[in-house]
Design a protein around this ligand. Structure first.
Ligand SMILES: [Zn+2]
Ligand SMILES: [Zn+2]
Length: 146
């Protein structure tokens, strides 16, 4: 798995190739997405970005996310009850573990390997284009509060 700095560089160069102007605000969005701590939604990214760039609009967040999504550089995870969440650290389909109390989403690193799609493709002959594998539970922070 790539580190956040490398992910950010990849996203940056792809955006620049598309002629997308990378402003300091958009750079801040990339920085948050490249870490994808907790798999934020657009509003959570917005709240972080306006701390440093108070004039940023939510539309800018959505626009940047949508361009990255169309380039395959951000994974959108959709939930009926919590809307869309984003992962720019790992833009390809992978399993997620979701806290049903606070909505925090993490990647189950090392337990289910990242090459799951590849292995299923090899085993079945299917070309896997997407998959969704979600585990629901209570995160350690929420357990401590109980
Ligand atoms: Zn929680
Ligand atoms: Zn993820």
């Amino acid at each position: 798995m790539k580190n956040p700095k490398e992910r950010m560089d990849v996203m940056l160069s792809r955006l620049r190739k598309q002629g997308f102007r990378v402003t300091p605000q958009r750079l801040a969005i990339l920085e948050i997405l490249s870490v994808s701590e907790g798999h934020p939604n657009a509003e959570q990214i917005y709240e972080q970005v306006i701390k440093d760039f108070p004039t940023t609009s939510l539309a800018t967040i959505y626009k940047t996310i949508n361009v990255l999504k169309s380039l395959g550089e951000v994974l959108e995870i959709g939930f009926a009850d919590m809307g869309a969440r984003y992962d720019g650290a790992k833009p390809y389909p992978h399993p997620h573990v979701i806290c049903t109390k606070c909505g925090r989403i993490v990647d189950p690193e090392h337990i289910i390997t990242d090459d799951l799609s590849l292995r299923i493709s090899e085993a079945t002959g299917y070309k896997i284009t997407r998959h969704q594998l979600d585990f629901y539970g209570i995160c350690p922070d929420c357990q401590n509060e109980e």
